[in-house]
Design a protein around this ligand. Structure first.
Ligand code: NAD
Length: 361
């Protein structure tokens, strides 16, 4: 049966290894439900620079635009580190987010009971952590103008990035934040730096205004430096966090410590007509090519794709449950292994999860 068109962009490094496992999981869901998935591969990032001289070839962009959803791996690696930011693999992803208007990035971070010991933090700190970071994705420092490097007459260089937000940009991500919080514990924490940045002062003002539309959600404000401490000190105090692009980038990586590993963290980028789903982690050059990367972040991302783009909520729940089942059985990739657990590589973990998904139907 012809069905949902999924653009698959594995990218570089471990992106090439974990994305196929997520595709296998979706294929399994397709077989079990009779829902058709058409997967079409696109080239992006460093691989695209090597093949076409650009990190986001027009054919890949076209494929994404016409798809119902995008499953993304990771981009980047040492081979392309010498390039200037505008030519690097990561630029391909930034353009994709911007062009598809994917302004809201949802990053859940959960400390699952069986992985409490995978976190370097004390059990008493991480146990019960279940939070969602809503990161603004198409504004702020990563896109603001002016940007670039200028040189004065004496050859001294000055580099500029600009943090800028319009009220409209803040309003729309704020609404996503409130909406997400409303479906969770109805507590929204807005993270800013309003004691120093005028951008943050506007951010806070708009958040307060939008909060009037969501009287059932409690809003509080935390400064980003304080939030960075609280995330590893008292993470259970948070439910939903909404913040600007760079703060969200940094804080959600910090949240990896709570979940045990970067290899556990999925994300959904929403806003425009096509959603993009990808692990929070990068191409992990230190372990790429060894078949040991954790595919769970990619598989959880596929579950988010089912949930948010295809409205297959029960199937998304089944995939999540299947992953937990395999973890309960004691299987671990190296990044989340602890004494007494059974070691699995990327493919083996994929096999186990595919089997567990089949058992859910
Ligand atoms: P990274 O996320 O690739 O790796 C950080 C650490 O986490 C490494 O020790 C790595 O081995 C580990 N890790 C990551 N994914 C894992 C997985 N699935 N299983 C087990 N361990 C995993 O971050 P980095 O090393 O700072 O960046 C490497 C490259 O990736 C850089 O070129 C960077 O620009 C790029 N990057 C891309 C994205 C993206 O594509 N969205 C995001 C972040 C970084």
């Amino acid at each position: 049966m012809a069905g949902w068109k999924i653009a698959v962009l594995p990218g570089d490094g471990v992106g090439q290894e974990v994305t196929p496992e997520a595709v296998r999981v979706l294929t399994t869901v397709g077989k079990a439900t009779g829902v058709g998935f058409e997967f079409e591969q696109g080239i992006v990032g460093g691989a695209a620079i090597d093949a076409h001289g650009t990190p986001l070839p027009p054919a890949t962009f076209d494929l994404c635009r016409k798809a119902n959803a995008i499953l993304f791996g990771a981009v980047g690696g040492p081979k392309w580190d010498h390039l200037i930011p505008d030519q690097r693999p990561e630029r391909g992803l930034l353009i994709l987010r911007k062009e598809l208007d994917l302004f809201a990035n949802l990053r859940p971070a959960t400390c699952f009971p069986m992985l409490v010991d995978a976190s370097p933090l004390k059990r008493s700190v991480v146990e019960g952590t279940d939070l969602m970071v809503v990161r603004e994705l198409t504004g702020g420092l990563y896109f603001g103008e002016p940007r670039g490097v200028e040189e004065d007459a004496d050859g001294h260089r000055r580099a500029i990035n600009t943090m800028a937000y319009t009220e409209r940009e803040i309003e729309r991500v704020a609404r996503v934040g409130f909406d997400v919080a409303r479906k969770r514990k109805k507590r929204l924490t807005s993270v800013d730096k309003a004691n120093v940045l005028v951008v943050s002062q506007l951010w806070r003002e708009v958040l307060v205004r939008v909060s009037k539309e969501f009287p059932d959600v409690t809003l509080d404000h935390v400064l980003v430096d304080n939030c960075a401490m609280a995330l590893v000190g008292r993470p259970t105090q948070f439910d939903t966090i909404v913040t600007e692009n760079m703060f969200g980038d940094i804080l959600s990586d910090e949240a990896a410590i709570l979940a045990g590993s970067m290899g556990m963290l999925p994300s959904a980028s929403l806003g425009g007509a096509v959603g993009l789903y990808e692990p929070v982690h990068g191409s992990a050059p230190d372990i790429a090519g060894q078949g040991i990367a954790n595919p769970i972040a990619a598989i959880f991302s596929a579950a988010m794709l089912l949930r948010y783009s295809l409205n297959m909520v029960q199937d998304a729940d089944r995939v999540d449950a299947a992953v937990l089942r395999v973890l309960e059985q004691g299987y671990r990739t190296g990044d989340i292994a602890s004494p007494g657990t059974k070691r699995a590589g990327t493919k083996e973990m994929g096999d186990l999860i595919v089997r567990a998904v089949e058992e859910q139907y």
